[in-house]
Write a protein that binds this ligand. Structure first.
Ligand code: UNU
Ligand code: FES
Ligand code: FE
Length: 450
């Protein structure tokens, strides 16, 4: 395998193409990134009652996530400790126990082994059932309803892992009544490396006007509006005459998370004015309780990624979990991000609009999907794969911000957050300790600045 420390160069701006293709690099990612990081599992609202469960993956490990009889959240590997069969084949449900189809071992909703068929007659009661529960995750926690777990007992608490990313996300997560993800998620497969969609959502403001030109035009027609004059996001369409100056910011926060925020455009991709009206109504409370920055962030359109493999578009209400399935394939789970207190019809409209834009066959998802598969598949060529790709945009106008945490670049068309993601990726791949990684130069909290 290539020298891991040489895969990312120039402070995150240069990537070796083998990271999108090679099996041995992918396997090292499983060990050093997916077995250590906090990974998104589900939303608490998907499993509100005792016995509720869903199945998902952490890296390539199949896991069951459940609400135990005592109300606690639990997550454990979906593989029987007897002979290794998959225990649960359902995607979601409610149960008292999980019974393995092979020999009938049964587990509680905390993963503990509760019954062994013919226990007395075959083991002569000489089996220590406490030894043979489903393998538990090391830690499980939630942040405002988003449930995460890690296999690493030494990983810092979830809120330290999210760091300043959570401070930013609070602008729309910390609203009266809170937020939720509408599920069950849409599920689809893309033939791309998992990092390609993560880098797209973390801050690729560059592709929006170009790759999505036709989709933006279609949405603009559905809106029946006048185009760029009435909808600032539409001015990006085709890039003609688009000047990114002052339109927003791109941010990289310590730990490899990041986002691009286009001011005043949260509702820009919507055809129903009800969403914009809701935002205006909510902004009053947010401004009064949390100040001008929170109100400004709340009204921006965000594309964002939470390290390592979770992304969202705030405003377009899509929330993505990119699950690695080999170096050149992912399974995509797509949720709809809404506020709990929104009227039911508004939530249903947002779920429908998410389907139309970023669902499996969504107008923008298909634009992105083709590019993501292309960015992966072209590395099939041995000679191609010896080369590198470049994310150097925005290095001249980024740095600390007087009021906001992280590294901030003016204008959303930048690659600041790409570089932050790849610096974090390189740190984890080289096996740095959590302590070493916490001493990054981008540590800068809003409290330090105030
Ligand atoms: O396609 C995207 N990632 C995007 C779309 C980002 C910002 C606005 C619209
Ligand atoms: Fe960006 Fe080709 S122009 S990948
Ligand atoms: Fe896109």
């Amino acid at each position: 395998m290539k020298d891991v420390s040489a895969l990312i160069q120039e402070n995150g701006a240069v990537q070796d193409r083998s990271i999108y293709w090679d099996r041995d690099i992918y396997e090292l990612e499983q060990e050093r990134i997916f077995a250590r990081s906090w990974l998104f599992l589900t939303h608490e609202s998907q499993i509100p009652l005792a016995g509720d469960f869903i199945t998902t993956r952490m890296g390539e490990d199949e896991v069951i996530v459940s609400r135990h009889t005592d109300g606690s959240l639990q997550a454990y590997i979906n593989s029987c400790p007897h002979r290794g069969n998959q225990v649960c084949y359902a995607e979601m449900g409610n149960t008292k126990s999980f019974t393995c189809a092979y020999h009938g071992w049964a587990f509680g909703t905390d993963g503990k082994l509760i019954t062994v068929p013919l226990e007395h007659e075959t083991y002569y009661d000489n089996i220590d059932k406490a030894r043979f529960g489903l393998q538990q995750v090391a830690q499980i926690e939630s942040y405002r309803g988003l449930v995460f777990a890690t296999f690493d007992p030494t990983a810092p608490p979830l809120m330290s892992f999210l760091g300043d990313m959570a401070w930013y996300m609070d602008a729309f997560m910390d609203v009266p009544g809170g937020t939720e993800l509408l599920g069950p998620p849409m599920k689809s497969i893309l033939d791309c490396n998992w990092k390609v969609p993560v880098e797209n959502f973390i801050g690729d403001g560059y592709h929006v006007g170009w790759a999505h030109a036709a989709a933006l035009d279609a949405i603009n027609r559905l809106q029946g509006l006048g185009g760029a004059e009435t909808n600032p996001l539409m001015s990006m369409q085709g890039n003609a005459g688009y000047n990114p100056d002052g339109t927003g910011i791109q941010v990289s926060t310590l730990g490899g998370h990041g986002m691009g925020i286009i001011w005043e455009t949260a509702a820009a991709l919507h055809v129903n004015p009800a969403y914009g009206e809701w935002l205006a109504y909510r902004t009053e409370t947010i401004r009064a309780e949390r100040g001008e920055w929170a109100a400004k962030l709340y009204n921006g359109h965000w594309d964002a990624s939470i390290f390592p493999n979770c992304s969202f578009l705030y405003g377009t209400n899509t929330f993505k979990h990119w699950q690695p399935a080999g170096p050149r394939s992912i399974e995509v789970f797509t949720w709809t991000l809404v506020e709990k207190e929104m009227p039911e019809e508004l939530k249903q409209y947002l779920a429908m609009m998410n389907m139309m834009t970023f669902g499996t066959a969504g107008m923008l998802e298909t634009d992105d999907g083709e590019n993501m598969e292309g960015c992966t598949g072209s590395n099939r060529g041995w000679m191609t794969r010896q080369g590198k790709v470049y994310a150097g945009m925005g290095q001249v106008n980024e740095g600390p911000h007087p009021e906001l945490p992280g590294i901030v670049s003016e204008g959303i068309v930048a690659e600041t957050s790409y570089r932050g993601f790849y610096r974090a990726w390189a740190d984890m791949m080289s096996g740095k300790s959590w302590e070493e990684m916490s001493r990054g130069a981008s540590r800068r909290s809003i409290k330090e600045v105030a």
